[in-house]
Design a protein. Sequence first.
Length: 637
Amino acid sequence: MGEQIKYQSRGAYQDLYDESIRNPKGFWARQADLIHWHKPFDKVLDDSKPPFAAWYVGGQTNLCYNAVDRHLDQLGDKPALIYVSTEVDQEKTYTFRQLHQEVQIAAAMLQKMGVKKGDRVLIYMPMIPEATFAMLACARIGAIHSVVFGGFASHSLASRIDDAKPKVIVSADAGSRAGKVVAYKPLLDEAINKANHKPDNVLMVNRGLIAFDQVHGRDQDYTTLRKELANAKVPVTWLQATDTSYILYTSGTTGKPKGVQRDVGGYTVALAASMKYIFMGEAGKTFFATSDIGWVVGHSYIVYGPLVAGMATVMYEGLPIRPDAGIWWKIVQDYKVSVLFSAPTAVRVLKKQDPAYLSKYDLSSLKALFLAGEPLDETTSQWISSAIGKPIVDNYWQTETGWPILAVQRGIEEMPGKLGSPGVPVFGFNVNVLSEDTAQPCKVNEKGVVAIEGPLPPGCMQTVWGDDERFVKTYWSSFKTRQVYSTFDWGIRDEDGYFFILGRTDDVINVAGHRLGTREIEESISSHSAVAEVAVVGVADQVKGQVAVAFAILKSMDALDAAQSKTLEAEIMKVVDGQLGAVARPARVYFVNVLPKTRSGKLLRRSIQAVCEGRDPGDMTTIEDPTALEQIKASMN
Ligand code: ATP
Ligand code: MG
């Protein structure tokens, strides 16, 4: 594929990576030994119908078996699932043996409701242990789960019900956020009413948080069934490696959600390999991902990844700053967390709090903090790294890939990180920066589209649920001359082979003929010491075509008067002038208290842009805080 970039002094990584690209079949055949196979595969890879890739054809295995049963001998009495809720003040630890029993009970409930291999089960749940039991129970019996983020409104939920067509929905009466009850059941009932497809049954976990109506004959009570099935033994259903494990809808930052469909065997192997080589996972230790089971990080690194690796996993229901900003670090101390995984957005929240909380607890068990999901600006990265004194490992991936595409892979060898970079290609991913026009690799430090050569490695999406054509059209048709997977992110690769992500391909603005990534401008503005967080969008301008407009949240909560705002705005503009040049200077910098984000913490730049241009922001069901857009509007007056 054109010029090869030399990685300097990274022997072990380089060897492993090179082999994974040169000889993917040999490489992945070897990685397959990381998991248990009921029946060995006949063929490592069938890529006879590109861009589709079928891994471990003919092999039989089971994700739940690998996550739970396989550890019973060695780790049966060791913690597997650690539930911590600062919302309802509860902590509970399940050993692998206890988890094994709970999963069998949940599996028996699903079977009792007629769920069979290949049936879909939609899980609409808060962060409680039953959610994990339900996911593993599906995996155990070969039902396909589709977890929908709890707290999505009825409209989003209804469209996912119609797409996945679940036989059963598992839900709960309510979640809790910042101490306030968030009712789920009424939303669920509304969604089922709206949807054309109707589930046979709804399995309800009643947490006693709200009173709710039961639909007779349809709704079943988890506690009642649990008692009835307390000693259930449900053997693992051995599945084809290529069977579907789950559907997960993308977070919808850029449009209509797509049902990402994942397999069984490839996913299990990819997770096992990532736990070893990227996350430095060790059986018997504790992993804590602060995400939610509704997102891909929750699937791969709250539930499946750590358990497959024999680690205890923390399931945390609560905010990072409640009861105070020390809560994560207290969990790290109390449960001797060795790997912590979070998102830059959460770290920016901490940045606004008293830094003393970060040095209050014993963090000696912690090896590193992994961050993913959006660009990690240098300032935030430096701040958190010096505050906790641990390595920060930025890693870049997508719901579609299921596990990291780019990362500094410390499980292979001690590799240096670079500020602002999520690192180098992960083994298995033949990833490159391609010119938009020629589909050929860009030169060093030249901007292009981050793209992956097919076949995608194990663990990545198989197709769009129910729509092969959309899979090919959406992801594999960006370049006219050849079929390559597009990430729809801009990036560059430097002389050492490190990648830098410059934002999404649709987040580019064109100022008087200059194409600028909004991310670059955001990075520059973030380097001003007063700024905690910022969003930059391109707004239509009669003269220049588009201009950059910035919305910033300041570290200090004190309101600015008009004169102070003006001064600060001018200062920020000067920073951008100095770093990127006057062409990138935002036309205006507005100050707000909150930015519109999806519930997974991703900036809704498109909606901000629409508001700035006086257009309708469109479907807002995924927005975290609806008042955020009003603030944007108000700040401009
Ligand atoms: P949708 O695809 O529905 O629009 P989404 O892209 O926000 O939603 P995800 O799959 O959760 O849904 O997010 C993946 C995207 O997040 C990447 O394509 C990239 O834009 C961004 N991203 C993830 N990790 C990083 C990172 N470490 N650095 C920079 N950007 C990142
Ligand atoms: Mg995406």
